[in-house]
Design a protein around this ligand. Structure first.
Ligand SMILES: Cc1ncc(COP(=O)(O)O)c(C=O)c1O
Length: 444
């Protein structure tokens, strides 16, 4: 499985963005996150173009910053003319420091503190996506105090249960996110928002889940959302200007993962939308989306150095297990522990070698942090470079300092050039927030 600009060069090494990954590992150390900038930019353009060509109304794509956000990424998203979805004051601050236009920012979250609401208002973010009654009322009063009228979308739960890991399902009714359509809470909130002096209701939002490998759940959600738009018009006389259907399109973690292409996805989504809008005689609202994983995941590769291998006998087939340890694990990629996420990998310095040995890739944390179980990989030697693919989304973003590991460097690569966008943390960074109370200070 070669993704984006990945290729095998004459030395038999994996190359990304024209850079030899073995050289990258040597130059920047491992673990190292490598982001294929050419593929990333191409994804941003193709996703936007797929919808612009098919949707009869206006279409706006926001990159979901939670998947991966550093200031350079915010700059790239800006350059590619996408909007940006943020879900905390940290993400908002990153965007603002990168000079991202606030009017193209959407602010998410199911519990935005007053501090976050005030920061968003002061920054002039384009839309706040309101999750619940509590927040709606707080925002109305905070905006009133600031003398502002804040544009919002209301997040609703359409009652769709997508087929994905239970921890990344969000569109079902039994969810912490959004107001339920079916029990009337969403309509009540719409009516209340329309009466509020400091709120400008632009439309409705849903996000049903992540890593969805077909468009079925999106099509089902669109049916519910468009019916709800029609109900809003009937009950309030107001036509909502915007419909945001969130993100969720899946990616290839394994060679047999086969998500729709952007163009196929756009065909299905726009087809479902056009049919539903016609049914209710509604003009196309502005269509907003928030893909995260679909834009960035496949453009990321993590390089590790292989260390010790342990060979043990097991009772199940094939009777032997090789635990191949790498110099990272759950602190740079917690997804296998969180969601049983699956990955594939190759030996970057022998990228074309036969995959005639099955191994298990183990991290080096004080947990059983297995990154990949039973991977057909072939021979492994100490100091080989292991390249784990499709790590661009929710890896750096979810990285931690568990075991006091330092978060790794992130480089953007393109046209043979590698630029650091996040520098490996130092040991002193790990101590920089520590404080020693006087009573524990070392006495001389
Ligand atoms: C509100 C919202 N929008 C967008 C996304 C991005 O989802 P994905 O990365 O699956 O596209 C998420 C992910 O959790 C989300 O919660």
């Amino acid at each position: 499985m070669l993704l984006g600009t990945q290729a095998v060069n004459d030395a038999g090494h994996l190359e990304i963005g024209g850079c030899d990954t073995v050289d990258l590992a040597r130059q920047f150390g491992t673990p190292l996150y490598v982001v294929d900038e050419t593929a990333l930019r191409d994804n941003c353009r193709r996703y936007q173009a797929a919808f612009a060509a098919r949707y009869p109304g206006e279409s706006e794509v926001s990159y979901a910053g939670k998947a991966f956000l550093v200031t350079a990424m915010a700059r790239l998203v800006e350059e590619e003319r996408l909007s940006l979805d943020v879900a905390s004051s940290g993400e908002l601050y990153t965007a603002l420091q990168a000079g991202f236009p606030p009017e193209r920012i959407l602010h998410h979250g199911n519990y935005k503190s007053d501090e976050e609401l005030t920061m968003a208002l002061d920054a002039g973010v384009g839309r706040i996506v309101v999750d619940n009654f509590f927040e709606l009322r707080r925002l109305n009063s905070v905006a009133g105090e600031a003398g502002r009228v804040q544009p919002i979308l209301l997040r609703v739960a359409p009652g769709i249960d997508p087929h994905t890991h239970r921890r990344i399902r969000t569109g079902q009714e039994d969810s912490k996110f959004g107001l339920n359509v079916r029990d009337g809470a969403a309509m009540e909130a719409i009516q209340e928002a329309l009466r509020m002096p400091n709120i400008k209701l632009l439309g409705i939002h849903c996000h049903i889940g992540s890593q969805l490998l077909d468009a079925k759940s999106h099509e089902d959600a669109i049916d519910v959302m468009v019916a709800f738009l029609a109900e809003i018009r009937e009950r309030t006389g107001q036509t909502m200007a915007e419909l945001n259907i969130g993100g969720g399109l899946g990616v290839r973690y394994l060679p047999d993962h086969n998500p729709p292409t952007y163009e196929e996805f756009a065909d299905l989504v726009c087809g479902a939308l056009t049919t539903s809008l016609k049914r209710y005689d509604l003009a196309p609202p502005r269509l907003l989306q928030e893909p995260g994983r679909a834009l960035i995941a496949e453009t990321g590769t993590t390089l590790y150095t292989i260390g010790p291998t342990k060979r043990i006998s097991i009772t199940e087939e094939p009777g032997i297990r090789y635990y191949v340890s790498v110099d990272g694990g759950m602190s740079d990629n917690p997804r296998p522990q969180l969601y049983d996420a699956v990955y594939t990998a190759m030996i970057a310095n022998r990228a074309g070698q036969p995959r005639d040995r099955v191994v298990t890739i183990a991290g080096k944390h004080c947990e059983t942090d297995i990154l990949i179980w039973n991977l057909p990989l072939g021979d492994t030697d100490q100091d080989d470079i292991l390249a784990v693919q499709s790590t661009g989304a929710y890896n750096h973003a979810m990285a931690s300092n568990y075991n006091r590991f330092r978060r790794p460097t992130v480089v953007f690569v393109q046209n043979g050039q590698a630029d650091v966008v996040y520098e490996r943390e130092t040991l002193d960074d790990l101590l920089s927030r520590d404080r020693i109370p006087e009573r524990l200070a070392k006495r001389s």
